[in-house]
Design a protein around this ligand. Structure first.
Ligand SMILES: O=C(O)CCC(=O)C(=O)O
Length: 461
C-alpha cells in the first residue's frame, strides 16, 4: 500500500504542474481550452488532495470531482478530430495531454477509497485493478506518453500491479519449444547472407551502392538486401532471457496490460480492424489457442469465438514504450548508427516496432521510406523483396487511397489475369531464422509471412 500511496501523491504533484507547463491559455482548441478546462483541472487536483489525504471534505465544499472528470472526458471525446491533426499542431498536443491526464485523474479518484478502507474487498480491488491498468494503458498508447507522461503512467501501473498480486491466470504449459521445426521451403532467388559484418563494412556497403542522383525513391534501387547472421549472439532475448519462453515474456509484461492487436488476414482487407486486448488473452487465445481452450482447473473446453477465425497480429507496435524492462533483453544494432543523417525524415533514434503473432500473419507487399533491419527473435518468416525499379509491375494502390506504398497483388496467390506484369517482376527472397536480421533498403517492396509463432523487431533508421 505504501508504494501505491506515494505513487498516487507523485502523480497528483505531476498533474498540478500541467496548467503551468502544458495547457497554455490562448491555444485555440475548438471550444475546449478557452472555456472551463483550467477551472476543471484546479477543481479536480484540489479535491484529489483532499481525497488522498484521507481528510473529510468541508461540508460547504461544492466539488463533484467525478462530474468534473466526466466533463473533461466529454471534451476530449467531442474533440477527437484533433487526434488527426499534424504532429506540430498545438491542438493535437493539448488533446494528447488531456487524454493522458484524464486517465490519471480517473484512476486516482477510483483508488482513493482504498486508502480509507482498512480492509478493501480483495475481489473488488482485483477487478478494479484490471480495469484501472486498462485505462492507463489505453491512455499511454493513445497519447504516446506526451509531455513526460510516460513515467507517471508507468509508475502508477507498476504500483497497481504490485498492490494486487496476480491471481488465477491461466497458465500456459508450452513455455518452451513454442516454435517447432525449421520450415522446409525451397528458395528460387535467395538473398545473400553476410556473417557479422563490421559496422564500417556495412555502412560502406550502403554508401557505395547508393545513387543519390536519382529521386529519393531510387537512391537505393540497386542496393541488394542482405541477411546478416551471427551478429546478435549477445542478445539476452535469444539466450538466457528467451522470448521464445512465453512464460518469461508474460512475467516481464505482468498482469493486466493491454496491447493493440490487428484482426483480419492483412491490413488491406475490408474486415481489418484494430482492438486493445489484454496481453494474456493475446497469448492464450491467439498465439496458443490450443493450450488455452482447456481450462486448467476443470478440464472444460471453453469456446473462444472472438478469436476463432481471423488472423490476429500485434503489429508495428512500440511495446518497449509500454514495457521498458524488455528493452534490457536486446541492444539496438550498431549498424543503425553508421549512416550520417541523409534527409530531414531520418529519425534521430531508430524507430523500433514489435511484430508478434501466430503462424500465418501476412504483411502485404509494401515499402517504407527508411533503412530497415528486421530482426527475427522467435520463429520463422518468409520474406520476398522487389526493387523500386520493379514498381510498375507491382500494381500499387492509387495515390489518393493512403495505400500508395502497398501493392494490390496477393503475392502468394497472384491473379495473372488481373495483374499480368507481376509474374515478370524480379525478386529475392529469404527464410528469416531466429538470430538473423534482414537489411531492407529504403523503398524496397517487401512481403512478410510468418511460418510459425513469430516475434520480430524492426529498426527503421
Ligand atoms: O514482419 C512483418 O510482418 C512486417 C515487417 C515490416 O513490414 C517492416 O519491418 O517494415
Amino acid at each position: 500500500m505504501k508504494e501505491l500511496v506515494t505513487t498516487a501523491w507523485n502523480t497528483l504533484a505531476f498533474l498540478e504542474t500541467t496548467l503551468e507547463h502544458d495547457l497554455k491559455p490562448g491555444i485555440t482548441y475548438g471550444s475546449l481550452l478557452p472555456l472551463d478546462v483550467q477551472a476543471l483541472y484546479r477543481t479536480v487536483t484540489a479535491d484529489l488532495a483532499i481525497l488522498l489525504s484521507n481528510e473529510r471534505r468541508p461540508a460547504s465544499c461544492p466539488v463533484d470531482t467525478e462530474q468534473a472528470i466526466a466533463r473533461l472526458h466529454s471534451l476530449t471525446r467531442d474533440n477527437h478530430h484533433a487526434s488527426q491533426l499534424p504532429v506540430s499542431n498545438d491542438a493535437l498536443l493539448t488533446w494528447l495531454v488531456m487524454t493522458a491526464d484524464v486517465a490519471l485523474m480517473e484512476v486516482l479518484v477510483r483508488i482513493s477509497p482504498w486508502f480509507r478502507d482498512s480492509d478493501p474487498d480483495p475481489d473488488n480491488t482485483q477487478r478494479n485493478d484490471q480495469e484501472l491498468i486498462q485505462i492507463l494503458d489505453t491512455a499511454l498508447i493513445t497519447s504516446g506518453g506526451v509531455g513526460k507522461r510516460r513515467e507517471p503512467i508507468l509508475q502508477l501501473i507498476s504500483a497497481l500491479q504490485k498492490y494486487i498480486p496476480q491471481q488465477g491466470t491461466s497458465h500456459n504449459p508450452r513455455n518452451h519449444d513454442v516454435v517447432g521445426p525449421v520450415p522446409q521451403i525451397h528458395l528460387l532467388h535467395p538473398v545473400s547472407s553476410w556473417s557479422q559484418p563490421s559496422v564500417l563494412a556495412f555502412t560502406e556497403y550502403i554508401h557505395h551502392s547508393a545513387n543519390l542522383n536519382h529521386r529519393p525513391q531510387l537512391h537505393y534501387a540497386t542496393t541488394q538486401p542482405r541477411v546478416i547472421t551471427n551478429a546478435l549472439d549477445h542478445w539476452p532475448s535469444l539466450s538466457h532471457r528467451p522470448w521464445s519462453n512465453i512464460g518469461y515474456l508474460r512475467s516481464v509484461v505482468g498482469h493486466g496490460r493491454m496491447v493493440p492487436v490487428e484482426f483480419g488476414s492483412q491490413y488491406i482487407d475490408p474486415q481489418w480492424k484494430q482492438r486493445l486486448i489484454p496481453f494474456t488473452e493475446f497469448v492464450d487465445h491467439i498465439l496458443f489457442p490450443d493450450s488455452s481452450s482447456t481450462h486448467p482447473s476443470n478440464n472444460e473446453t471453453t469456446p473462444t469465438p472472438m478469436y476463432d477465425k481471423p488472423v490476429a497480429y500485434l503489429a508495428q507496435h512500440d511495446l518497449f514504450q509500454q514495457i521498458p524492462a524488455l528493452q534490457a533483453d536486446i541492444s539496438i544494432p550498431d549498424y543503425c548508427y553508421g549512416l550520417i543523417s541523409e534527409t530531414e525524415d531520418t529519425p534521430l533514434e531508430p524507430l523500433i516496432h514489435w511484430w508478434l503473432g501466430p503462424r500465418g500473419t501476412v504483411s502485404p507487399l509494401h515499402y517504407d521510406r527508411y533503412h530497415n533491419l528486421l530482426v527475427q527473435v522467435v520463429g520463422y518468416k518468409y520474406v520476398r523483396l522487389y526493387s523500386p525499379l520493379e514498381s510498375a509491375k507491382l500494381y500499387p494502390f492509387t495515390d489518393d487511397s493512403n495505400l500508395s506504398n502497398t501493392s494490390r497483388v496477393d503475392v502468394r496467390r497472384s491473379d495473372v489475369g488481373q495483374f499480368p506484369a507481376f509474374a515478370q517482376a524480379s525478386y529475392v527472397e529469404c527464410l528469416l531464422k531466429p538470430g538473423e536480421m534482414l537489411y531492407i533498403p529504403p523503398y524496397w517492396w517487401h512481403y512478410v509471412e510468418s511460418l510459425s509463432v513469430s516475434c520480430s523487431l524492426s529498426f527503421w533508421f
